[in-house]
Design a protein around this ligand. Structure first.
Ligand code: FAD
Ligand code: NAG
Ligand code: NAG
Length: 611
């Protein structure tokens, strides 16, 4: 019996190694494609030529290899990977500009980002940075935030506690120990658990790209959980883990504050998901120089160079299937008319719910395999964004390159639950958590672009149901009740802002508006106004779900990319693109990116030695 098991395991290991190191397809990270950095383009008209190419049948390239639905980082990133190996890719975006959560918009002369405040893990020569450098041919630059990069602010004005969060694997715990004397043991144990769980993430990627029978074998034998601490810890909630570590309620809150970056309250959060985020920011946080629109601006030309195109105002209303249920194209609404476009491979960046519930014909939607996947995923929490345009420089307004996570108190679970369950008008008067950050203060090019002005962005959560009644109204014309409700949220948030940032006063506010879940529905196509796509609760991280929700769909020629196939966040959605690219190209692109990063670092070291 043991011999048989040993033999099976040996065979499995050999097979896995073969798969992981398979190098059959072409490698998009084969050579270093960075070019010398060109000056940043500020001219709006020039940028528009790249980011806002409206859909016209005449602009659709002939003989497409792939159609990608959605131009978020999960769609554009994958488009670039495929273009780099010579594929002709068409990216179709429903909004009037490319970028998805990475798009920007301008109101009253103030430019605002939508979904990019800070991104971690971008140390030079690390694989993630190297990968992004390659995917923008070295043109996209990153600016570090301050250190501390986050401030955790707890409690009401009369009893406010502020805890700065520093980056650095040693500095992060050391500074915590200084803030919480006598808690060394709890802090060390927290670090140990986060490190160990985060390290097991490779299994998540592996389950999504290895052949399905192998994934199933690993899941049903329990090997996935045994081999990876990530899955072992994934069924434990964040609340459970931090409550075991310490009795100090503020320290528990500081351990857990980053839940806002994936949107589940600590008691519904998988400790493994939390570990990923904590590790993501260990080496610091960065912001794209020139603002978030730079991301799409430097990716689109790479897709075009290979003969592809990125077209906007191109809402896909359904995916086309032949009699054998194989996807062979998409239908785009051009006004009232359907335009059909054909390609041998269709990849959706529109999220699992849009893809399965809106873009599939009814009979395919009803397939048990599709229903099984839908049954495993939940819609995530709705987002609330408030955008402030301010008169004054960052110095005058006291703004810096840090984020402020402001909580009404340290008992997140109770506070957020009461908020979500409350009446909307009442909840609008007590928002339990607000993220405040100044994109303009993070961007060294801002002064040149918008002298004497600043921006502040606030983010929180809001129920889709609170706003659902207005979803079908025209976007800037949803009536006085909608405006009033928004204003209540805005007023509550402004009180917090002016309290935490006393140099900001009402007379400095030149522009303010709020984006609600129905706004997200309109501009980023989030079906229920989700801020981070599908829900990231504990069930999302079971080995089984992770093996089932993968880039391959049960339908031939149809694939998924972006945040719903991996996890949310810029890095998570890009990991979704890399995972999908691995499946489509038949090689492990995660390892390819690591390989190139090592090669580049080595060359640099050799050069320095010769010099
Ligand atoms: C307010 C906010 C703040 C955030 N802050 C951060 C942060 O600081 N750091 C970080 O790392 N992450 C942050 N995120 C999360 C991060 O931006 C996202 O997780 C990530 O960008 C998602 O990428 P994606 O490609 O999967 O999806 P998306 O960017 O949502 O792209 C999907 C695209 O598909 C399009 N689409 C949908 N349906 C159709 C259709 N039928 N036809 C054509 N197109 C369609 C949509 O319009 C959209 O452009 C934030 C998100 C939000 C909303
Ligand atoms: C902000 O500055 C602009 C231009 O200088 C001016 O027109 C506007 O009235 C100012 N707004 C406020 C609120 O001071
Ligand atoms: C939501 C859901 O279906 N989750 C399932 C994930 O997989 C585990 C087994 O690993 C099931 O118990 C869950 O029901």
């Amino acid at each position: 019996m043991w011999i048989a098991i040993a033999l099976i395991c040996l065979a499995l290991v050999i097979f896995l190694l073969k798969y992981v190191f398979s190098t059959t397809g072409p490698n998009p990270f084969d050579v270093d494609t960075r070019e010398p950095v060109r000056p940043i383009v500020f001219d709006k008209k020039e940028k528009k030529k790249v980011l806002k190419q409206g859909f016209l049948t005449s602009k659709v390239p002939a003989n497409l290899d792939v159609i990608i639905v959605g131009s978020g980082i999960g769609g554009l990133g994958l488009g670039v990977l495929l273009a780099k190996v010579g594929k002709k890719v068409l990216v179709l975006e429903q909004h009037d500009r490319a970028g998805g959560c990475c798009h920007t918009f301008t109101e009253k002369g103030f430019e605002f980002d939508v979904g990019i405040h800070y991104i971690g893990d971008l140390l030079e020569h690390k694989p993630f940075r190297c990968m992004l450098d390659q995917m923008t041919n070295g043109q996209l630059q990153w600016v570090p935030l301050d250190n501390p990069f986050d401030q955790v602010v707890l409690g009401p004005p009369e009893n406010r506690r502020v805890y700065p969060i520093y980056s650095g694997k040693d500095r992060f715990p050391d500074e915590l120990k200084r803030l919480f004397p006598g808690e060394d043991q709890a802090i060390d144990e927290y670090m140990r658990l986060v490190k160990k769980a985060g390290r097991g993430i490779w299994m998540l990627a592996f389950l999504k790209i290895c052949p399905l029978p192998v994934a199933k074998f690993l899941v049903y034998t329990g090997l996935a959980n045994r081999l990876s601490f990530f899955f072992k810890m994934s069924s434990r909630s964040l609340t459970e883990v931090v409550n075991e570590l310490t009795e100090n309620k503020d320290l528990r809150a500081v351990f857990a504050y980053i839940f806002g970056t994936y949107g589940n309250i600590p008691k519904d959060t998988s400790f493994s998901m939390h570990s990923l985020l904590v590790r993501h920011y260990w080496n610091g946080a960065w912001y794209p120089k020139g603002g978030a629109s730079e991301i799409a601006y430097h990716m689109i030309p790479i897709i075009e160079k290979a003969g592809g195109a990125v077209l906007v105002r191109a809402p896909v209303n359904r995916i086309l299937f032949n009699k054998a249920n194989e996807a062979f194209g998409v239908s785009v609404m051009k006004g009232q008319e359907e335009v059909h476009i054909h390609a041998p491979m269709i990849i959706s960046n529109a999220g699992i719910f849009n893809t399965y519930q809106k873009l599939l014909p009814k009979e395919l939607q009803a397939m048990p395999a599709i229903q099984e996947q839908l049954g495993m995923m939940k819609n995530g929490e709705g987002g609330l964004s408030i955008f402030l345009g301010l008169n004054g420089t960052k110095e005058e307004l006291g703004l810096d390159a840090q984020n402020y996570w402001v909580f009404a108190e340290n008992n997140y679970d109770e506070l957020v639950e009461a908020y979500s369950k409350g009446e909307r008008e009442e909840s609008a008067r007590k928002i339990p958590l607000l993220f405040l950050a100044s994109p303009s203060a993070k961007d060294p090019t801002w002064e040149e672009r918008s002298p004497g002005k600043s921006t502040l962005s606030l983010v929180s959560f809001a129920k889709y149901e609170w706003f659902e009644e207005w979803v079908d109204d025209k976007v800037a014309n949803r009536g006085p009740d909608y405006k009033d409700l928004k204003q209540t949220f805005i007023d509550t948030a402004l009180d917090v802002v002016m309290d935490v940032m006393p140099k900001i006063t009402r007379d400095k506010i030149a522009f303010v508006d709020a984006g609600t879940p129905v706004t997200n529905n309109h501009y980023i196509g989030a079906p229920r106004g989700e801020i981070y796509g599908a829900d990231h609760g504990i069930e999302r991280f079971s080995a089984k779900l992770n093996a089932t929700i993968r880039p391959q769909t049960p339908l031939k020629n149809l694939y998924l990319t972006g945040q719903d196939v991996f996890v949310c966040g810029f890095a998570g959605a890009l990991a979704g693109a890399l995972t999908c690219g691995s499946v489509v190209l038949g090689r492990n692109l995660h390892l390819d990116a690591i390989g190139l990063a090592k090669k580049i670092k080595l060359i640099k070291v050799e050069r320095t030695v010769i010099l």
